[in-house]
Structures are given as C-alpha cells and as structure tokens.
Design a binder for this molecule. Structure first.
Ligand SMILES: Cc1cc2nc3c(=O)[nH]c(=O)nc-3n(C[C@H](O)[C@H](O)[C@H](O)COP(=O)(O)O)c2cc1C
Length: 217
C-alpha cells in the first residue's frame, strides 16, 4: 500500500504569487476532434437568417446533455434577428459593448438555470454546471452546422428578469449570440484585432496534474 501524496503543493495549486505568469500558448498541442478545434467566439456575424430546423437542432443538442439526477435544469428564451420586434428586448439586455456587435447575430439566446428540483427540497448545486454542458452541446452542434456561437456574461440580469418575468427559481446565467461568421472589417475598430480563432490558453501543466501514490520507503 502506498501513502497518499499531498497535492497541496502541486503546480496546479501553487500559483498564488501575484506576479506569476501562466505558461500559455495559442497552438493546439495534441490532436482533438475538428468540432473542438473549429469552435471559437467571433464578434462579426453576417446578417443572414437562421431557419427553424437549424434552431431546433441546436436545442435538440442541448436536450441530450448530461445532468445531475437527469434534472435538465437548462431553460432558454430566444429570438431570431429576422423577427426584429422580438429580437430587440433580448438585445437590450446586453451590455452596450456586446450590443455593438451582437446586433448582427442571427439569433440571441438567454440561458437560464433552474435552481431547485421538482418534488425535492433544496438547491440544485449542479444547475450551473449542467447548463454549461447543455450550452457546450448546443455550441458543438452549431459548429457542425457551419454556425458560430459567442457566449456572453455581459448582460443585465435584473433587466432580463423584469422583461421576461423570470422568478427567483430561475437564474439568468448567460446569453448566446448565434449565426454565420462575418468579416473583421465590419466591426468597430476596437474589436477587429480580437477576431482570432485561436486565443491564449493555459498549457496543460497549469491545470492538470497526474495523481500518483508515493512509494513506501
Ligand atoms: C460565461 C461566458 C461569458 C462571456 N462573456 C463575454 C462577454 O460578455 N462579451 C464577450 O465579448 N465575450 C464573452 N465571452 C467570450 C469569451 O471571452 C471567449 O470564450 C474567450 O475569450 C475564449 O475565446 P474563444 O471562445 O474564441 O475560444 C464569454 C464567454 C463565456 C463562456
């Protein structure tokens, strides 16, 4: 029997030094599926309409996400840009810097987490986790259909609650802009340089450590 090695000092936990510079790269360092490789969050979207079958496939992907107790705590409110009266209130929930570019997306989605369980007391502490999984499934489906998704935390939660009459059982967590990718030139100057598929990522050694039993002396 080996003795457990404490991971308290493992590299992934010991970077509390304010001046520590994470080891990052913009390269793919090991092969991954093309749906993972091709996903990124553009700001430039083409003013091109989305069709009902596309919308349904996106939410179908979310539907099949895993969730704790199969509680499926994801909820979505969406509007298509082509229905401008419906699109406007969703757009207005976004912080102004996001509105600037998200106004051209084919679709805006408000993603909510249902924070309680049906027929059971207490808070579902995995609600956010499961909503994230559903959003990633939706995003992967979008990638497979030649669409891009840009998720946003920059929106006014209170405004969303008021506009869409959302009660305390649900938490508006994120908004998603979905559509066909456009061209950097159509963006305000300040966003153009950010329009890059591969942004910095921590290298694996910064966030993953292999646990090993320490051999006995
Ligand atoms: C929860 C969440 C909130 C985000 N909020 C914003 C936002 O308000 N505005 C924005 O432009 N991008 C936002 N992003 C996009 C991230 O900046 C982006 O995913 C990150 O820089 C990595 O880039 P990539 O998705 O192109 O790989 C958000 C992403 C997530 C997952």
């Amino acid at each position: 029997m080996g003795r457990s090695l404490s991971l308290a000092d493992a590299p992934i936990f010991s970077k509390d030094n304010y001046n520590y510079k994470m080891n990052t790269s913009k390269q793919l360092e090991y092969p991954v599926h093309e749906l993972i490789d091709q996903r990124w969050s553009p700001r430039a979207f083409q003013p091109r309409e989305l069709e009902t079958h596309q919308v349904r496939s996106l939410f179908e992907a979310a539907r099949w996400a895993p969730s704790s107790y199969n509680a499926q705590p994801w909820r979505y409110i969406y509007a298509l840009n082509q229905s401008s009266d419906a699109f406007k209130p969703l757009l207005e929930c976004l912080f102004p810097a996001n509105q600037l570019w998200a106004k051209h997306a084919g679709m805006l989605i408000l993603a909510l987490a249902k924070m309680g369980f049906d027929g059971k007391e207490g808070i579902n502490r995995h609600a956010y986790y499961d909503l994230g999984a559903a959003n990633y499934a939706l995003t992967t489906q979008a990638t497979s259909m030649g669409l891009h998704v840009h998720q946003m935390g920059g929106f006014d939660q209170q405004k969303a609650r008021e506009l869409f009459n959302i009660n305390e059982d649900f938490d508006p967590v994120a908004m998603l802009a979905v559509g066909y990718k456009g061209y950097p030139e159509q963006l305000p100057e300040k966003f153009r340089a950010l329009e890059q598929p591969k942004k910095d990522r921590m290298r694996q050694e910064e966030f993953v450590t292999r646990f090993m039993q320490q051999p006995q002396d």
